[in-house]
Design a protein around this ligand. Structure first.
Ligand code: EPU
Length: 337
């Protein structure tokens, strides 16, 4: 069923009232055949990482493919398969309730499973690519289903081949999870400070939920798309230069962030954009109907009724400010439509 001129407010977590010329939902693999590829189209999960700067002059295709199951298991590991339209957080809770380890640090990340693969999500030192086995992908041009293994996906920091090739639709993904807790709680100083005494997957997920509820806006209450920009990757030299201006600036290693994975590691570090923006006074700064969250300068929020253009203008001002003060080009993490 195709609807025309659909208001997308409830289909994007920034709550922008853009319109799609056409809108359809995919509930079964067979419906993919009906997608008209000569007209502009875009796939949408729960709209947790998009900014509709403008109306969309084509078809917005909401992926509602559902289902999750165990494919195989032994004493140590379990392989699960999950359809792209499943809610990511529900998936994480299902795995931790079964005492399977590998996704627990990524609890409460908004969006769908398909979007998690496309955007290669990660959180508190755990990455979806670490447990990724393969994805089932339909190529809209050939109408063929293909299996993509990890190297085919070209995962890097918040990137994959699916971001660059719009004809590829991820329909399901397989993850290999551990039955022995990985207990990965070392990433973050504040994560450690939660002091998880018994690090079962469920306890870690609950600690992450608590931490995220403290630090990040809830998509049920606030119009937001989480981190608006990627954390910039800079040389160590540049890092030293900036940390002379910005006190206690953290840095993170970049070994997992690049593709190909076996390329020699350049002397680069990732630094928190939130810290730089905060330094320049962007936390809670209001311009019209747009601001950032009171505890996270990287999370832009819609105060109510802001248009996509207003949010984009706000974000561009942030970029200009970072450029002017630190000579760094912030890259959008959110997809701008
Ligand atoms: N900070 C500030 N001011 C702020 C917020 C943070 O100075 O307003 C400082 C913190 O004190 C800390 C540093 O900035 O030293 C990093 O902040 P935080 O721990 O909140 O993490 P982040 O780097 O801002 C990244 C991801 C998040 C992910 C968290 C936890 C990106 C772009 N963002 O945020 O992912 O949840 O780490 O792993 O990589 C998302 O992608 O939408 C997202 C929320």
């Amino acid at each position: 069923i195709i609807s025309v001129m659909v208001n997308l407010t409830s289909y994007n977590t920034l709550r922008v009232a853009a319109y799609a010329r056409e809108f359809r939902e995919i509930r079964e693999i067979g419906e993919i055949r009906e997608i008209e590829t000569n007209e502009p189209y875009m796939f949408l999960g729960e709209g947790a990482n998009v900014l509709f700067k403008n109306d969309f002059p084509g078809t917005v295709i909401k992926i509602n493919l559902l289902g999750k199951k165990v494919i195989s298991q032994d004493d140590d590991e379990v392989i699960i398969e999950v359809a792209a339209g499943e809610n990511w957080h529900n998936l994480v809770m299902w795995t931790v309730e079964n005492n399977w380890s590998g996704l627990e640090n990524m609890a409460l990340i908004p969006g769908t499973v398909g979007a998690a693969v496309v955007g290669n999500i990660a959180c508190y030192g755990q990455n979806q690519e670490d447990v990724f086995l393969n994805a089932q992908v339909t190529n809209l041009k050939s109408q063929k289903g293909e299996q993509y293994n990890i190297s085919d996906c070209q995962f890097k920091y918040r990137e994959s081949i699916f971001k660059t090739k719009p004809e590829l639709l991820v329909t399901s993904v397989q993850y290999k999870l551990s039955k022995k807790p990985l207990a990965n709680t070392t990433y973050h100083s504040r994560f450690e400070s939660l002091n998880i005494t018994n690090p079962t997957p469920l306890n870690i997920a609950n600690a992450v939920i608590e931490l995220r509820q403290k630090k990040l806006p809830s998509i049920d209450k606030v119009g937001t798309a989480g981190s608006f920009f990627k954390n910039p990757i800079v040389s160590r030299e540049k890092y030293s230069e900036i940390s002379a201006q910005v006190k206690e600036l953290q840095w993170y290693p970049t070994d997992k962030l690049q593709y190909p994975k076996d390329a020699p590691l350049p002397d680069l570090v990732k630094i928190p954009a939130a810290r730089l923006l905060d330094e320049l006074g962007w936390k809670s700064k209001v311009i019209g109907r747009v601001s950032t969250y009171e505890r996270q300068a990287l999370a832009i929020i819609n105060l109510g009724g802001a248009t996509g253009q207003e949010i984009f203008d706000y974000a561009e001002k942030m970029r200009e400010d970072i450029k002017k003060n630190f000579e760094i080009e912030l890259e959008y993490e959110v997809r701008i439509i």
